[in-house]
Design a protein around this ligand. Structure first.
Ligand code: UDX
Length: 432
């Protein structure tokens, strides 16, 4: 099938590349000419495992192309995906101006039946608004359908999540677009849920909020475990093996971050309030998340006492493993707090060092160290801030010798407490 994807960010680019990979003809549209030029030349603006190969292969095969023209996308494609950003506003609500602008552009170029699919994460009732906008701004009486098709991909696993999804959710307001959507997704074998647009939109916010709730539950448990002398990893494993609960997303740590969970949670709280329901449960999820970071900083200051002029090694800057994304990263938040208290940092991340520099400029208080094993040199403490599996391969003997005082504060429970003590470290982690 011929499809256009408007917005070539994370979601748009990965979706476009995966659709091309299964044989569709994909045109990715972006209003940033530099990005279009870069992608046409084989460059990839983001780090995502497997994406570069996928893009190159499909561009070479002639199934994937890039343009700056929405008109071209609308003209050439039967199905047009909207995958533009929906950033948060100051009050936590969602800024829908990019969606609205795209809807108007589609309307201005609509000359025959098209299916317009909203892939961006949007508040319930957005599909209705998009349809209304297109109807209002389209000069002629052209038929079209607006479909909601939320995306559930995780950064760092995006290609896999798209190629092997847990489920595909389609929200429609008439039966007409269903056949085309089924055909489009036929190569991806996954449960296919067809519902109304409002339910489809809610599925996305409800799912992400529930996952955030699971993490906050584990983090709240970690506090109880610490107070009781129990081990949160044992408790969550014991709980999670109940198939109704599941072991995933129960890792206690520094709390969740990134460009999705905090934003989607705030948005869902706002949406619910707007609909007349005070979703206090989710407000508590937010509060636990914020407190988790406060508690971790306290753990560091309780150990080191005065932070001014202390040298602290920090492993991890990305908001989680397998990504170079530092947006709303708990690790960056942590670094900024330590700097504010006067500490000097030696930081390392396998992928996120370049992107971190805009939020954490190199200078007298921040030194970027390219080799993780060199980070502990001269440090008063070493902090683990992101759950990269690479960090478990740290040369502990070398680290122990190189540190001024052998203190390790592990915000992601990557190391075994007994082993760390054997190596001579004063080791603190979360809920253990
Ligand atoms: C998330 C959803 O998983 C995805 O379905 C949705 O489409 C977008 O939002 P993503 O933001 O890429 O994806 O990250 P995710 O892997 O879900 O992790 C989010 C945050 O939670 C990270 O900061 C991570 O460190 C943290 N986390 C995750 C925990 O603290 N504990 C866990 O057990 C799991």
């Amino acid at each position: 099938m011929k499809i256009a994807i408007i917005g070539t960010g994370y979601v748009g680019l990965v979706t476009g590349a995966c659709f091309a990979e299964v044989g569709h003809q994909v045109l990715c549209v972006d209003n940033d000419p530099k990005k279009v030029e870069m992608l046409r030349g084989g460059g990839i603006p983001i780090y995502e495992p497997g994406l570069e190969d996928l893009v190159r292969r499909n561009v070479a095969a002639g199934r994937l192309d890039f343009t700056g023209s929405t008109a071209e996308g609308v003209e050439r494609s039967e199905v047009i995906f909207i995958a533009v950003p929906t950033p948060p506003q100051n009050d936590g609500s969602v800024d829908l101006s990019f969606i609205e602008a795209v809807a108007r552009e589609i309307a201005a170029n609509l000359t025959r039946y098209r299916i317009i699919v909203d892939k961006s994460t949007v508040p319930v009732k957005t599909a209705e608004k998009v349809a209304e906008t297109i109807r209002r701004y389209c000069k002629s009486k052209v038929e079209f359908d607006v479909v909601s098709n939320p995306e559930f991909l995780r950064e760092g696993f995006a290609v896999d999540d798209l190629m092997k999804p847990d489920r595909i959710v389609i929200g429609v307001s008439s039966p007409r677009p269903e056949t085309a959507m089924r055909e489009l997704y036929a190569p991806f074998q996954a449960p296919f849920i067809v519902t109304d647009t409002n339910s489809a939109e809610l599925i996305k916010h409800a799912a992400n909020s529930f996952l955030a709730l699971k993490i906050s539950y584990a983090n709240a448990l970690s506090v109880v475990c610490e107070a009781a002398g129990a081990n949160v990893q044992e408790v969550t494993r014991g709980m999670g093996l109940d198939a109704r609960i599941g072991t995933r997303f129960l890792n206690a740590g520094l709390g969740f971050g990134g460009s999705c969970f905090p934003k989607d949670l705030s948005a869902f709280i706002q949406i619910s309030t707007h609909l007349g329901y005070d979703f206090r449960l989710l407000k508590e999820v937010q509060r636990i998340n914020a407190e988790q970071m406060d508690r971790f900083v306290k753990k560091i200051t309780d150990t080191l006492w005065v932070l001014k002029d202390k040298q602290i090694g920090v492993l991890g800057l990305a908001f989680k493993q397998n990504t170079d994304d530092v947006r709303l990263s708990p690790a960056i938040d942590l670094c900024q707090r330590l700097i504010k208290d006067g500490a000097r940092l030696r930081v390392n991340d396998p992928q996120a060092m370049e992107k971190a520099k805009s939020l954490l400029p190199p200078g007298p208080q921040v030194e970027y160290v390219s080799d993780m094993n060199a980070v502990p040199e001269g440090c008063d403490a070493l902090v683990i801030a992101t759950e990269w599996p690479e960090f478990t391969k740290l040369d502990l003997t070398r680290a122990r010798k190189a540190m001024t005082t052998p203190i390790v504060v592990d915000g992601r429970n990557l190391f075994d407490p007994a082993e760390m003590e054997q190596h001579g470290f004063i080791y603190k982690s979360i809920g253990r």
